[in-house]
Design a protein around this ligand. Structure first.
Ligand code: G6P
Length: 368
């Protein structure tokens, strides 16, 4: 595997652009394409049907992948999920059932807090499953079962392709769990797999928004604060969008569940605060539109990352609309990762920041 920038200016750009390929490769590892079903690469030492809940722990971007997965496991497999950042899990010492399951997510497989939480869970008699990108890592070695992300080496400190590959693997796992628990039939599984198979192509299409994103980034670069909003799986995507922006551009950004706007962040809204709304046209789109109206009524400048149906529906003035291809709402987070990452990247590049090596951050945090 050649680790160079190719013809990109930064590793982060290269890694964003690589996503259609590496998500495709990851999918091929988990999907039986001929039969339209999930085929996990390894047998599981536990039975999803016997679990009363799933505990997920991770740090940073991997934690947000876990937060998206919570929606998937709960809706697709009706499996209750408890999730926390690993630095809290390890000291909170939550009660964990013997023979239950802890899922850890990590690009490097070396993050100290994630590893400590894993060791705690194992000491409680839990099975452990790791979604990791580095197969030789400590976390991979210490887990009872490893589900790899096939993103290849990720060099940019801000995680991009590892994140979309984590989401891909987690959705495959949620589907496998749903089959085991009898909460989805073969037809629904096939429909979900069909949706998953469209993802690499849709990501490639989304990359074509880059020129538009670059223009928009010049506006975002002027802001002191940026708010990201979303509902459902777009809520963790809002958190991830805000994290990406602050990590590499140093602009203060916050992600919020759109419905929480009125419980605080709405006080911040004026014409100087761009509000990035992540909203595919899903079952709760209308609810998000009412939050957009609340923002517009206070002079806030909205950037909608949505699809053509949504853009036609809301009837509001926006600073910009990034029109995404139509996607099945279940897989939307994987595809919507692209514009979210591109926006952070171009804002930081426009501001002259070192996007691959942001100040104060490390790629792998092996100390507490
Ligand atoms: C660091 C990186 C983040 C990453 C987090 C978790 O803070 O800068 O990009 O999300 O660690 O790392 P892991 O390797 O466990 O996914």
């Amino acid at each position: 595997y050649l680790v160079d920038k190719g013809n990109h200016r930064h590793f982060m750009a290269k890694e964003i652009h690589e996503q259609p390929e590496v998500v495709g490769r990851t999918l091929a590892h988990y999907v039986d394409m001929a039969n339209g079903r999930i085929a996990l690469p390894e047998a599981l030492p536990f039975d999803f049907a016997k679990l009363s809940r799933l505990s997920i722990t991770a740090c940073g971007t991997a934690f947000y992948a876990g937060l998206v997965a919570k929606y998937w496991f709960e809706t697709i497999a009706r499996l209750p999920v408890e999730i926390d950042v690993a630095s809290e899990t390890r000291y909170r010492e939550p009660p964990l059932e013997r023979d239950g399951l802890t899922l850890v997510i990590s690009q490097s497989g070396e993050t100290a807090d994630t590893l400590a939480s894993l060791r705690y869970a194992k000491a409680q008699g839990q099975h452990s499953l790791a979604v990791v990108n580095v197969p030789t890592s400590t976390i991979a070695r210490e887990c009872s079962v490893v589900m790899p992300t096939l993103a290849g080496p990720e060099i940019g400190v801000a995680s991009t392709k590892a994140f979309s590959c984590q989401l891909t693997v987690l959705l495959c796992l949620a589907i496998a769990a749903g089959r085991a628990r009898g909460t989805l039939d073969a037809a629904r599984e096939r429909a979900l797999v069909d949706a998953l198979i469209t993802v690499p192509g849709l990501m490639a299409e989304s990359v074509k928004l880059e020129a538009e994103v670059e223009v928009l980034s010049r506006e975002i670069a002027k802001a002191r604060d940026v708010l990201y909003l979303g509902r459902g799986t777009s809520y963790p995507m809002a958190l991830e969008g805000a994290l990406k922006l602050k990590e590499i551009s140093y602009i203060h950004a916050e992600g919020y569940a759109a419905g929480e706007l009125k419980h605080g962040p709405i006080a911040l809204i004026d014409e100087t605060v761009p509000v990035i709304v992540i909203a595919p046209h899903d079952a709760i789109f209308e609810k998000t539109v009412s939050n957009m109206q609340e923002v517009a009524a206070r002079g806030g400048r909205i950037v909608l990352i949505g699809d053509a149906k949504g853009a036609a529906d809301h009837g509001l003035d926006t600073l910009a609309t990034l029109t995404m291809p139509d996607v099945d709402p279940v897989v939307a987070p994987i595809v919507y990762a692209v514009p979210v990452q591109l926006l952070a990247y171009h804002t930081a590049v426009f501001m002259g920041k070192d996007v691959d090596q942001p100040r104060n951050l490390a790629k792998s945090v092996t100390v507490e």
